[in-house]
Design a protein around this ligand. Structure first.
Ligand code: Y12
Ligand code: CO
Length: 173
C-alpha cells in the first residue's frame, strides 16, 4: 500500500524518531509499504518519519549506472549508527518531503554503518559515493533534520521564498 508522504513545513518532520524494539510482522508490512511508497514516488531513499511514523527505520534503493532501480538492491536499515565518517563529498540532493527543490550539500564521503535488518539481526556495511550520501540524508530525518537546514542563511531565505510561492501556486491551480 502506498502511504501519504508528509512535506515541509509539516512539523512532524522535526520529530526525533524512536528506536525499534519489536521486529514483527507489523514492522515487515510497514517496510513493504515504505518500499512501494518510495518506488511509486520515484525516490531512492525514504525515512519512516516521512510517512508519519516516528521510528528509526529507513530504506534505500540506489540506482545502477544506467539509473535503474532493482528491488534486490533495496537496503532496509533499522536503528542505524554511523562509525568512522571520513572525507567530504558534495552532491545535489533532493527529498520527497521537499518536492521541487534540489541543492548542493556537503556530506562525509565514506562511513561504516551498524544497523539491524527487519529480523533484528545486526549488520554492518561500508558506504561511499551515493550510498554514503543517502544514508546521511535519511539518518538526518531520524533526528528531525532536513537537508535545507544545511543551507547558508542567504540560500535558506531564497529557498523559503521560492517554496512558499510554489505552495501558493499549487493551492491556486
Ligand atoms: C542523494 C541525495 C538525496 C537522497 C535522499 C533521497 N531522496 C529522494 O529519493 C528524492 C526523490 C525525489 C523525487 C521526486 O520525484 C520525481 O522526480 C518524479 C521529487 O519530485 C519533485 O521534485 C517534484 C523530489 C525528490 C539520496 C541520495
Ligand atoms: Co529526505
Amino acid at each position: 500500500m502506498k502511504l501519504p508522504i508528509i512535506t515541509y513545513p509539516d512539523k512532524l518532520l522535526k520529530t526525533r524518531s524512536q528506536e525499534v524494539t519489536t521486529f514483527d510482522q507489523t514492522l515487515h508490512a510497514f517496510l513493504d509499504d515504505m518500499f512501494e511508497t518510495m518506488m511509486e514516488s520515484n525516490g531512492i531513499g525514504l525515512a519512516a518519519i516521512q510517512v508519519a511514523h516516528p521510528i528509526r527505520v529507513l530504506i534505500l534503493c540506489i540506482p545502477d549506472e544506467e539509473g535503474n532501480q532493482f528491488k534486490e538492491n533495496t537496503i532496509e536499515i533499522i536503528n542505524p549508527v554511523i562509525h568512522n565518517p571520513q572525507g567530504t563529498i558534495i552532491y545535489q540532493e533532493g527529498c520527497l518531503s521537499v518536492p521541487g527543490f534540489y541543492e548542493d550539500i556537503e556530506r562525509f564521503a565514506t562511513l561504516t554503518l551498524h544497523y539491524r535488518d527487519r529480523h533484528g539481526n545486526e549488520s554492518t556495511l561500508e558506504a561511499n559515493e551515493l550510498l554514503a550520501i543517502a544514508i546521511q540524508h535519511e539518518i538526518d530525518h531520524l533526528e528531525g533534520k532536513l537537508f535545507i537546514e544545511k543551507l547558508t542563511y542567504n540560500r535558506r531565505k531564497k529557498f523559503e521564498k521560492e517554496y512558499k510561492r510554489a505552495l501558493k501556486e499549487k493551492k491556486n491551480s
